[in-house]
Design a protein around this ligand. Structure first.
Ligand code: MUC
Ligand code: MG
Length: 376
């Protein structure tokens, strides 16, 4: 087989469960292990590319679960790519969309594996395939989500001391707004002069609660509020922003597609958008959403779903070529896992996560670790 034969020859999917260092509590779910589907795509030239579909607490953050992702890839999506040229990313995306509606995390994992395989074949990083890297270091935040303020303050102190993180995202909405405000008051008193604090409500509040609580978050110096309202209530986010005197709002679950992004722009419903492969269906889709946001003057934030170094590397390659990434990124995922899936996990130092070097994603799947964390 010629070394440049980029036809997709085979696709393998593996469900893995990797325990986290502590319980991670969101408004709608809590996890003690992160579950992913790892995709291995083999080309006719023998090169293998990898990708990852992340979930958070089963089908509760979005509608996709690892069980559903694996079944959809094996039954519908992989057959649409077999025999196709791996470097025709847009055509591959079209074929995936024809084979299955939505299923964005599944599609993103497949497209990532194609990018990795093509990059490895050509000796180019994925960022180069996407137009070239503007940056190789990304300021990275840490999420405080145990729900116990004493533990959260101690955790933040340790991260500050180790020069790993100085922006913290606090997960709210699992308890009453009053209880969260008391917790945030404690955190901001302990940390505010040394750290930037943002919050993520994961859709927990309604418009009335948000109207009452957002000014108090502004008083506490909270720099950004992520998805305070349900994903459907884009108009409500627009009304909140029109009220003024509130922290900037970050759109997360309300923006999956470029069309969603356009709707948020038209409703003036967000100051920034969280970009994630699981929402946008791949690196090409992520860059499309980013382009719509840029056109509307909406800032870019490098979002995550607690990916391992595989999925995090894919995001960094997609973020690397953005002209502006005003809000930095949150790819702390590799650091919250008790183990990783690659031979050399992503590097974290000086308050940043660093773009791995080398062709493709720049990370190598460790077969022993894959076997170790694979669901039996
Ligand atoms: C989310 O909604 O942003 C990302 C970081 C984190 O702690 O939770 C996720 C999902
Ligand atoms: Mg969020």
């Amino acid at each position: 087989t010629p070394a440049r034969d980029l036809a997709v020859a085979g696709i393998r999917t593996t469900i893995v469960d990797v325990p986290t260092v502590r319980k991670h509590k969101l408004s709608q779910t809590s996890v003690t292990a992160q579950s992913y589907v790892i995709v291995q795509a083999r080309l006719a030239n023998g090169v293998e590319g990898i990708g990852e579909a992340a979930t958070l607490g089963g089908p509760r953050w979005s509608e996709e679960s690892v069980e559903g992702i694996k079944a959809t890839i094996d039954t519908y999506l992989a057959p649409a790519l077999i025999g196709q040229a791996a470097d025709r990313f847009v055509t591959a995306g079209e074929r995936l969309d024809a084979a299955a509606k939505r299923n964005n995390a599944a599609k993103a994992a497949l497209e990532t594996a194609l990018f990795d395989a093509v990059g490895k074949t050509l000796g180019l990083p994925v960022a180069a395939l996407l137009g070239g890297a503007v940056r190789t270091r990304f300021p990275v935040l840490w999420t405080l989500a145990s729900g116990d303020p004493d533990q959260e303050i101690a955790e933040a102190e340790a991260k500050l001391g180790a020069r790993l993180h100085r922006t913290f995202k606090i997960k709210i909405g699992a308890q009453s707004p009053e209880a969260d405000l008391a917790r945030l008051t404690r955190l901001s008193t302990a940390l505010a002069d040394r750290a930037t604090l943002i919050v993520d409500a994961n859709q927990a509040w309604d418009e009335t609660v948000a109207r009452r609580c957002l000014p108090r978050l502004a008083d506490l110096g909270i720099a950004l509020v992520e998805q305070p309202l349900p994903a459907w209530n884009v108009a409500g986010m627009g009304r909140l922003r029109a009220q003024g005197g509130l922290p900037p709002l970050l759109a997360d679950e309300c923006v999956f597609t470029a069309h969603d992004m356009m709707g948020v722009a038209q409703a003036a419903a967000a100051d920034a958008v969280s970009l994630k492969l699981v929402k946008h269906g791949g690196l090409v889709g992520l860059r499309k959403v980013a382009a719509v946001a840029e056109a509307a003057g909406i800032g870019l934030y490098g979002g995550c779903l607690l990916e391992s170094s595989v999925g995090a590397a894919a995001h960094l390659h997609a973020f690397a070529g953005l002209r502006e990434l005003a809000w930095g990124c949150e790819h702390f995922g590799p650091q919250i896992l008790t183990g990783d899936l690659v031979t050399e996990p992503l590097a974290f130092h000086d308050f940043a996560v660093h773009l791995p070097e080398g062709p493709g994603l720049g990370v190598t799947l460790d077969p022993d670790k894959l076997r170790h964390y694979a669901r039996s």
